[in-house]
Design a protein around this ligand. Structure first.
Ligand SMILES: Cc1cc2nc3c(=O)[nH]c(=O)nc-3n(C[C@H](O)[C@H](O)[C@H](O)COP(=O)(O)OP(=O)(O)OC[C@H]3O[C@@H](n4cnc5c(N)ncnc54)[C@H](O)[C@@H]3O)c2cc1C
Length: 635
């Protein structure tokens, strides 16, 4: 679906149609303010733009579950979920936000059920839940189960249910439109709209909007080995940087412990929740040694580091598909799980192992290694989804809201995950804070909707809208020129252009692979100053200039996927710089960031959020500690 004609001005444009974007659209449309406007004959103009058909958004790949204390063990109420989230994030969590996350988690899950999510069921008909990593293990010998699941396809259920609700509510989608620019007003204090490339028509379009919400997902494609789909190129985060804003805590990238060897494809934590055990080359269930309390279901950063420690100590194994290759994997042993139960509750995991590794997990061990999975940091937002700019440093700093700019989901950082996210908390974050952002947007729209006759007559509003519109048109003009350069450049000669010395054979896919290897060497699971510096030099001295010089090999604009891939890899390069700069600035180890040269957590200097801009300049924002003072983190 695509709009036949764009409106002159939208009340709201939502970029992204995963759990966060769709939740925001529904939160907005179902708010009392919007209902009242509609009753009064005012229909707000809203558009959801997605570079993919919405049902291909990565949310659909989520496997294990969505976290909530639904009370399957009486002693487990949301306060424990709140505590586990703060501890899981190594105390770099804004506790006011985490409190909301845990408190409203049960309501969020039950709402999802009412939208049509077909959760798996217990024998007595309740929503089925399983244990998940880093969540409280047990109360009085009874296991605490927080991840509400639908076999191992929870994301598929959520995405389909939300999308169907949006279609029923008449949401207008622009599908397979790629947003290339975020446009703010002259001093960067207010959103003016976006520029989008309609891939069907091959045309650059200015999209004017009084409010813009980014829900563009994560950036796993920064790394070579990743569980993330090909579209997760950090577009929203990079566009925010390009617009002169900052990213928060961008150095924290989660590596999921169990990526299938050498493919990176995720084998959900549910595999361990259902009884899977990690073993080294000696067959030892080594997690008992590293995390005696939680063993295989310790937090993900702890498990990933333990796997790497086993590999470093020479107790790794080779991928059976490449028996003479490096011993850079360990085993996932699922042979203790009843085979019928395994197929019933882990169909996706079993299918992935059978299809991509030719292994029967009921009989043989499965080779795994950590895979880039989730970006804890992102676009800084308040608990109402408003994007802000941080100015000053430490307690002297202030948050300044960018009017009309919102974000939600994995591209954002409301700081509920801190330095390491707990399993099941991400879908919850996307659905809960997506809905909250939608409601805040609704209140703003009600205060001054586009087709409100009163507002239209106001000369001041008119003048401001004109200025914002011109800014969007100008940005679209610049992007059109950029597109023309990509299409007109001589890359289609397909050989080295001897005169210019340019490698016309270069392409965005090769560049993405090189960037992924560079980032992996420098920053996967652990890092140090030397490695980070080497990677930064590689980006500035080679990868960034290559990204700038890329051109398409076909001159057709419509359906030219190489054009969008070029913009995507440029975004990844910009984001890679920010990740390296922030990692370099944090002289401590916390959560997913393990600095070999600074092995300890340092609360005195670094109990603070990094705020990084496009130049790599960093300031520090205090963490909101509300109820749980920092202490040593042990599992
Ligand atoms: C394999 C896997 C399994 C997971 N399992 C779980 C789990 O069990 N539990 C859990 O809580 N979390 C899980 N996660 C994490 C969770 O699924 C994601 O964090 C969450 O779904 C992100 O939702 P989102 O709406 O923010 O982004 P996404 O679902 O990734 O959607 C992003 C949207 O943005 C659009 N977009 C991006 N860039 C542009 C652009 N430039 N122009 C236009 N549109 C754009 C895309 O088209 C897409 O619609 C898993 C993740 C993976 C990869």
């Amino acid at each position: 679906m695509s709009p036949k004609q764009l409106e002159d001005m939208y009340d709201a444009v939502i970029v992204g149609a995963g759990a966060a974007g769709l939740s925001a659209a529904l939160g907005l449309l179902r708010s009392p303010e919007i209902k009242e406007m509609k009753e009064n004959g005012i229909d707000p103009k809203i558009l959801v733009i997605s570079k993919l058909q919405p049902l291909r958004s990565h949310t659909g790949s989520a496997e294990g579950g969505i976290a909530a204390s639904l009370g399957n063990v009486e002693a487990d109420d949301w306060h424990w979920h709140y505590y586990d989230t703060v501890k899981g994030g190594d105390w770099l969590v804004d506790q006011d936000a985490a409190k909301l996350l845990a408190e409203y988690a049960p309501e969020t899950v039950i709402n999802l059920e009412r939208q049509g999510v077909a959760f798996s069921r217990t024998d007595d008909g309740h929503i089925a839940q399983r244990r998940f990593g880093g969540h409280t293990r047990e109360f009085g010998g009874e296991p605490v189960k927080r991840a509400a699941y639908a076999a191992d396809r929870i994301g598929h259920q959520i995405l389909h249910a939300l999308w169907q609700q949006c279609v029923a509510a008449g949401v207008s989608f622009a599908e397979e439109w790629y947003v290339t620019d975020l446009v703010l007003d002259g001093d960067g204090s207010r959103a003016a709209g976006v520029v989008a490339f309609d891939t069907h028509a091959g045309k650059v379009k200015p999209v004017h909007a009084r409010n813009v919400l980014f829900a563009t997902g994560g950036a796993g494609r920064l790394f070579h080995t990743t569980s993330n789909s090909w579209d997760l190129t950090g577009d929203g985060m990079a566009l925010v940087l390009a617009a002169g804003l900052q990213l928060e805590d961008v150095e924290f990238v989660q590596f999921h412990p169990t990526g299938l060897a050498h493919t990176g494809i995720l084998l959900s934590e549910a595999a361990r929740a259902e009884g899977g055990v990690l073993r080294n080359a000696d067959g030892e269930a080594f997690m008992e040694r590293y995390a005696p309390g939680h063993a295989d279901l310790a937090a993900r950063d702890v498990v990933s580091r333990s796997i790497m420690a086993e590999i470093d100590a020479g107790r790794g194994v080779a991928d059976p598909k490449d028996p003479d290759g490096p011993k850079d994997c360990v085993w996932l042993d699922m042979t203790g799980i009843d085979p019928d139960h395994m197929r019933a509750v882990l169909p996706q995991v079993v299918e992935t192992i059978e299809k991509y590794a030719d292994i029967d997990p009921a009989k043989d061990f499965v080779p795994i290694k950590p895979t880039a999975h989730y970006t804890m940091g992102g676009i800084p937002i308040t608990t109402d989804g408003e994007v802000y700019r941080w100015s000053g440093d430490g307690t002297d700093g202030t948050r300044r809201i960018v009017e009309g700019l919102f974000a939600a989901g994995e591209c954002s950082c409301v700081s509920v995950h801190g330095a390491n996210r707990l399993g099941g908390n991400s879908l919850l974050d996307a659905c809960l804070f997506g809905t909250r952002a939608g409601r805040t947007l609704a209140a703003r729209i009600a205060a001054g909707p586009v087709d409100d006759p009163m507002a239209a007559d106001d000369p001041e509003t008119q003048e401001r809208d004109d200025a914002l519109s011109s800014a969007v048109d100008a940005a679209a003009g610049t992007r059109q020129a950029d597109l023309q350069v990509l299409l007109d450049s001589p890359a289609d000669i397909d050989e080295t252009d001897a005169d210019s010395g340019a490698d016309t054979d270069d392409n965005p896919y090769r560049l993405m692979a090189d960037l992924g290897s560079t980032m992996e060497r420098a920053a996967a699971v652990r890092c140090d100053a030397n490695g980070l510096e080497t990677a930064m030099t590689a980006i500035d001295g080679g990868l960034a200039p290559r990204a700038k010089a890329l051109a398409a090999h076909d001159r057709t604009a419509a359906f030219n996927q190489e054009v969008t891939a070029i913009w995507e890899v440029r975004h990844l390069v910009a984001l890679g710089r920010a990740v390296l700069a922030a990692s370099d600035a944090r002289h401590e180890s916390r959560g997913s960031l393990k600095r070999n040269d600074f092995p300890e957590r340092d609360d005195e200097r670094f109990l603070a959020h990094s705020m990084t801009d496009a130049r790599g300049a960093i300031s520090w924002q205090p963490v909101h500690i509300v109820d749980v003072p920092p202490k040593k983190r042990e599992y």
